[in-house]
Design a protein around this ligand. Structure first.
Ligand SMILES: [Zn+2]
Ligand SMILES: [Zn+2]
Length: 133
């Protein structure tokens, strides 16, 4: 494939420029968060109600609660394999392993929750989605 779909801005990018292009999106802001996180294109995101879907998570070590951005939630509800490298803690100002974070609404560990979403996906589709490259 000559062009790859950028998971951040969803434009088609020439393969040759793909890594320098996506690197721009993952630069860190002064507060430690990435400039942008990869998401599914808006039309591919989960469009249902987020009732009952946990959206706030707490880092017990610093006690600070962080809100998961809705576009990210709607992306991983469709593809739970999109993330997994950890999540940002507003208290610590850095990305932490999902194992260190807990959903406020359910008390469930985030790593456990992600594993459940992935198991559901595999049960439904038989295999994880194919990646971009
Ligand atoms: Zn892009
Ligand atoms: Zn923290």
């Amino acid at each position: 494939m000559l062009f790859l779909r950028c998971p951040y801005c969803h434009k088609l990018v020439l393969r040759l420029f793909y890594s320098s292009h996506t690197a721009k999106h993952t630069l860190l802001r002064p507060d430690g968060q990435q400039v942008e996180y990869s998401t599914l294109p808006p039309t591919d995101r989960y469009e249902g109600s987020l009732d009952g879907v946990p959206q706030l998570y707490r880092h017990p070590k610093c006690g600070v609660v962080t809100r998961m951005p809705e576009d990210i939630i709607r992306s991983y509800l469709v593809n739970p394999f999109l993330y997994g490298a950890g999540s940002f803690c507003c208290g610590c100002g850095e990305h932490l392993p999902e194992n260190d974070l807990f959903w406020c609404e359910t008390g469930q560990n985030m790593a456990e929750y992600t594993a459940e979403l992935r198991n559901d996906y595999i049960r439904k589709y038989g295999a994880p989605p194919r990646s971009n490259d």
